[in-house]
Design a protein around this ligand. Structure first.
Ligand SMILES: NC(=O)C1=CN([C@@H]2O[C@H](COP(=O)(O)OP(=O)(O)OC[C@H]3O[C@@H](n4cnc5c(N)ncnc54)[C@H](O)[C@@H]3O)[C@@H](O)[C@H]2O)C=CC1
Ligand SMILES: CC(C)CC(=O)C(=O)O
Ligand SMILES: [Mg+2]
Length: 372
């Protein structure tokens, strides 16, 4: 298969983790005789520095001309610490999602058996967790009208949703539930918010078309607690933009690190694949950023195009890296010198050497020892 992939590495750790995904996708292309081409463009703080625009037209045009987009992360402390900045890196990502109509952000959350001790949560609580979060991505409070009074003392952000915006992601969530454990939990704040009451009404109506799927409702404050108390009760979580953003970072604790959580942002025409984490500026250039979230986002890209065998091979390589402790420090208490690059190298090697049953990945050196 031929795939033109737009790569937007962005800021902070974005370029480091995205490089590993490119490496892995190139290995897949080689082994399965695909032709993947990669074209890179600026987004975020780096795009503001170079073009005075967090989403230059050339970047958007490239994304629209490609089959898929691989996104790193955006954000820089010089904007985070300046509430008066009018142009911000995050605007680039938000505009990209809106312009490409990426209305559904799918965030899988699972507990890896090999990493159960990495979570601060008890093993018996998290073991077996398998959740798919369907987060609405182009509406709600992140996109509503913003207002700051002239004296700068009063501010507001409007949370607005239309029936159509709710319906389209609800159908995706229910279709996904049919292939899983047939349960959808709508997370909202319908006891307080008018927009949440519209979600409950519309989702309830759509649910009528999916009689074999159970629909549950949870207020977001309770959902935040249930996620920690009993995450195994969830199958598909359906929720609006901001609640999904927050609840998925919380859910990442189950897996042991946010550096493991991938996502796919899809719409009717375009698809973008992005780790759920941000630019982790404290880690920039140190080689400690976990690239697995980005690499698993690349597997979601492959699955999007029906390349399931290829995606499976990457997942197998990821599982092996976790089992062998070839992981960055966020989940590795055994070796402290496994860098972002080394994790990528291992996964690349695993893909390129399918018959190496001795697991002799000779270019992985950990201090004095070589992983065999
Ligand atoms: N999709 C995106 O590009 C996002 C961008 N941001 C931006 O990122 C910047 C930093 O935001 P934060 O709130 O600190 O969120 P963050 O996700 O960048 O980092 C939060 C914490 O998560 C951990 N972490 C994140 N990525 C990791 C990785 N790959 N490997 C290991 N540990 C990892 C680190 O402990 C870090 O301190 C801000 O400018 C923010 O606006 C935040 C979230 C999403
Ligand atoms: C605009 C982003 C920084 C939002 C975010 O945190 C995310 O999509 O995970
Ligand atoms: Mg977030």
């Amino acid at each position: 298969m031929k795939l033109n992939i737009a790569v937007l590495p962005g800021d902070g750790i974005g370029p480091e983790v995205t490089n590993q995904s490119i490496k892995v996708l190139k290995a897949i292309a080689l082994m399965f005789d695909h032709k993947f081409t990669f074209k890179t463009a600026d987004v975020g703080a780096v795009a503001i520095d170079r073009h005075n625009n967090p989403l230059p037209d050339a970047t958007l045009d490239l994304c629209k001309s490609c089959d898929a987009i691989l996104f790193g992360s955006i954000g820089h402390p010089k904007y985070d610490n300046d509430p008066t900045a009018k142009v911000r890196p995050e605007q680039g990502l938000l505009k990209l999602r809106k312009e490409l109509g990426l209305f559904a952000n799918i965030r899988p959350v699972k507990a890896y058996d090999t990493l159960l001790d990495k979570s601060p949560l008890k093993q018996n609580i998290i073991q077996g967790t398998d959740i798919s979060i369907y987060r609405e991505l182009t509406g709600g409070i992140y996109f509503g009208e913003k207002h700051l009074s002239e004296d700068g003392n009063v501010a507001s952000d409007l949370c607005e949703y239309s029936r159509e915006e709710i319906e389209r992601i609800t159908h995706l969530a229910f279709k996904a539930a049919k292939t899983r454990s047939r349960k959808v939990t709508l997370v909202d704040k319908a006891n307080v918010l008018e927009s949440s009451r519209l979600w409950r009404k519309v989702v309830g109506e759509v649910a009528e078309q999916y009689k074999d799927v159970t629909l549950d409702f949870l207020f977001v404050d309770n959902a935040a607690m249930q996620m920690i108390l009993n995450p195994k009760q969830f199958d598909v979580i359906l929720t609006e933009n901001m609640f999904g953003d927050i609840i998925s970072d919380e859910a990442s604790v189950i897996g042991g690190s946010i550096g493991l959580l991938a996502s796919a942002s899809v719409g009717n025409k375009y698809a973008m694949f992005e780790p759920i984490h941000g630019s982790f500026p404290q880690a920039t250039g140190k080689g400690i950023a976990n690239p697995i979230a980005s690499i698993l986002s690349a597997t979601m890209l492959l699955e999007h195009f029906g390349l399931f065998e290829e995606a499976e091979l990457i997942k197998e390589a990821v599982d092996k890296s976790l089992k062998l402790n070839i992981s960055t420090p966020d989940i590795n208490s055994k070796y402290d010198n496994v860098t972002t690059d080394k994790v990528g190298d291992f996964i690349e090697d695993f893909i390129l050497n399918p018959n190496d049953t001795n697991m002799n990945f000779t270019n992985i050196h950990l201090g004095q020892s070589t992983i065999i």
